[in-house]
Design a protein around this ligand. Structure first.
Ligand SMILES: C[S@@+](CC[C@H](N)C(=O)[O-])C[C@H]1O[C@@H](n2cnc3c(N)ncnc32)[C@H](O)[C@@H]1O
Length: 370
């Protein structure tokens, strides 16, 4: 499998990026240097690569004008985008992920990150990590979690993998991003990782057991895996949620639409058991309540609820286009009319709904370093 990747030249400052073709990289393998990777690709990468122009550090992702001549042809398809109904989608392995990757969606993902970190009192993970060296973030999105982890663990190498090249160029020197399909075969060396992080991927993954078993193989004995997933179903503890709530119905329709693509939006309900089945031990699940709206009395939860409501509000169009049109056979006009009622119920503070958030951690048996 040959993939297009961005490899950070991290001994150099200022931070620079070059695009080359490699297999899914080992975050710490020195042979994954740009020169070695160029050899894998058979491409002659010049010793002095062309740095990304700061002016190109936009949402547009990679600009072929800034890549090396040797890499232009292999990387251009990765940097292309697909468009539908005014929204932008990934082109590499086109059709694999059903939600957009454009600027509004990236802002929404970053808001979701802020909400979850606030909910978790600033923690980026629940797995009890001890001096992790090699961290892999599957489906890294904008890379915001990977970047924060790179800052929190400056001794660790953090690799973020995604179908979309939407991560920023200027990141901590120990953070790298690769464009790849995490559901394809991995060439990650066995027992090479200390931590695998999987967050907000229920809307993406078709085969969880296969993904978990690949991660298990790649984790070192004693290393940890963690999944963090919002469960897009409305719950309520005080009887104020109406049976007719259209936000709840909307989530149900997104689930039905994704079902057609072989994706289970509620897959987190089985993550705990799946980790056990994959061989992990010390498996623990935590479930948090994330209010939808500003109805809580507690100021902190009110703020989190505000984030949540904005995040859902901004999701409505983007997450419905592909599942509703291609999965359920709706038209764009039907979607727009339908969303009016969904927005009305979303704004109704009399209904005290919340969205559950499931965190599952598990450890590969064995002792670290042995
Ligand atoms: C909802 S976002 C979550 C982003 C990130 N994990 C976070 O928590 O901020 C899902 C991301 O997974 C990526 N993705 C979906 N399927 C993928 C696949 N098969 N391989 C790699 N990335 C994938 C998408 O491109 C998207 O950026």
């Amino acid at each position: 499998m040959q993939l297009t990747a961005r490899v950070a030249l991290f001994p150099l400052l200022p931070y620079r990026v070059v695009e080359i073709a490699i297999g899914m990289a080992d975050p710490t393998d020195p042979s994954d240097s740009p020169k070695a990777a160029a050899d894998v690709a058979g491409a002659a990468i010049p010793s002095d690569v062309v740095p990304h122009d700061e002016a190109d550090d936009s949402d547009a992702g990679y600009d072929s004008a800034t890549s090396t001549r040797a890499s232009t042809s292999i990387s251009s398809s990765v940097r292309d985008y697909a468009f539908e109904n005014s929204r932008r989608y990934h082109k590499f392995q086109e059709g694999r992920y059903q939600f957009p990757n454009d600027e509004p969606e990236q802002e929404r993902e970053d808001m979701k990150h802020a909400m979850v970190v606030h909910l978790c009192n600033g923690s980026l993970h629940y797995a009890p990590l001890e001096k992790p060296q090699r961290i892999l973030d599957l489906g890294t999105g904008t890379g915001i979690w990977a970047i924060d982890m790179g800052d929190e663990y400056p001794e660790a190498d953090v690799l973020g993998v995604d179908l979309s090249p939407i991560q920023p160029n200027w990141v901590p020197p120990n953070v790298r991003f690769v464009v790849d399909d995490i559901e394809a075969d991995w060439i990650q060396p066995r027992e090479s990782l200390d931590y695998v992080h999987i967050r907000h991927m229920a809307s993406s993954i078709r085969d969880w057991p296969a993904l978990l078993s690949r991660a298990y193989e790649a984790l070192a004995p004693g290393a940890w895996l963690e999944t963090q997933e919002l469960r897009f179903e409305l719950e309520c503890d005080d009887g104020t949620l109406k049976e007719t709530n259209q936000v709840a119905e909307f989530f149900g329709n997104v689930k039905k639409g994704l079902d057609v693509f072989g994706i289970d939006l509620l897959s987190m309900l089985r993550n705990r058991q799946r980790l056990v089945d994959a061989g992990f031990v010390n498996v623990e699940e935590r479930v948090f309540k994330i209010p939808l709206g500003t109805w809580p009395k507690d100021e902190r939860m009110k703020t989190i609820g505000l984030y949540n409501r904005s995040m859902v509000q901004d999701a409505l169009q983007g997450v419905s286009i592909k599942p509703f049109i291609h999965g359920l056979g709706w038209t764009m006009e039907q979607i727009e009319v339908y969303l009016v009622g969904v927005r009305r119920d979303l704004a109704d503070a009399r209904q005290h709904a919340y969205i559950p958030f499931h965190v599952v951690t598990g450890q590969k048996p064995g002792v670290k370093g042995k």
